[in-house]
Design a protein around this ligand. Sequence first.
Ligand code: ATP
Ligand code: MG
Length: 301
Amino acid sequence: MSESTPRGDAEPGMLDISAGEELGPTGRPYRRIPDPAPKDRHGPASIVAVCNQKGGVGKTTSTINLGAALADNGRRVLLVDLDPQGALSAGLGVPHHELDETVHNLLVPPYAATDDVLMRTRVDGLDLLPSNIDLSAAEIQLVSEVGREQALGRALHPVADRYDYILVDCQPSLGLLTVNALACADNVLIPMECEYFSLRGLALLTDTVEKVRDRLNPRLELGGILVTMFDQRTLHSRDVMARVVEVFGDAVFDTVINRTVRFPETSVAGEPITSWAPKSSGAQAYRDLAREVIARTESRG
Ligand SMILES: Nc1ncnc2c1ncn2[C@@H]1O[C@H](COP(=O)(O)OP(=O)(O)OP(=O)(O)O)[C@@H](O)[C@H]1O
Ligand SMILES: [Mg+2]
């Protein structure tokens, strides 16, 4: 006797069409994901803007851990910290406050060379363009520049052929820095906290993505919606999930990130969960996400 009936269970006398298919947390059966093909040549990079103007939804956590999981699959990955808070840099153990040259120097004159700002991380195959509070001035300085929306694209251009993925961690706003990320991206990955009020902001975000696609970057696609901080036990979480799947359909990744204290712990440790707690369910979730991202990106050819 169980208090709740799993959604895949057929009622007596009804044909269970999902028989043999395990339902995932999205309420759909898991899609089959092929094993990632090995890579012997790298680039040109697929640029992914990790974006949501709502704060604290898991953008930075997802950028670090997806990046590390992609690198574990033999992909070359560059992470770009496009938030003056520098949480991405800090989350990778970089003492960003002390850096003289950061993303800020790539966006406004006198321009630094991208290679001079680039750093390796402790994860093999994972590099970083770090930021600190200096970047907060860029938004204002950029306003008067010609081609102000293309500054990040220009800075990434010289290195994009070396990487398979460039993940840009955006700040929680739809200002000029975020528009720069969208203007050079191939797709946008939207982490959303599984919470009712998160749904409201998504329409504004998808409108912005459409505007950037129309006016600045026809390549831009919605790469996927990643539901984060999910709690399978609460009806609220399951309700929000059902609504997200109803609105966004196949764009919602099968992989869902559960709410767990392991993530705040890794920020303190300054390394990805995939190396800090490789056996944790959080690490497994980001490895699964990496497989989905590889399948979606690399099947496009
Ligand atoms: N799945 C999760 N479960 C529990 N806590 C999480 C999870 N993902 C992230 N966190 C924690 O939530 C906080 C916010 O996460 P994160 O910094 O990744 O969000 P963000 O969207 O980048 O925030 P901001 O908008 O401020 O840049 C952090 O303390 C992080 O450790
Ligand atoms: Mg962040």
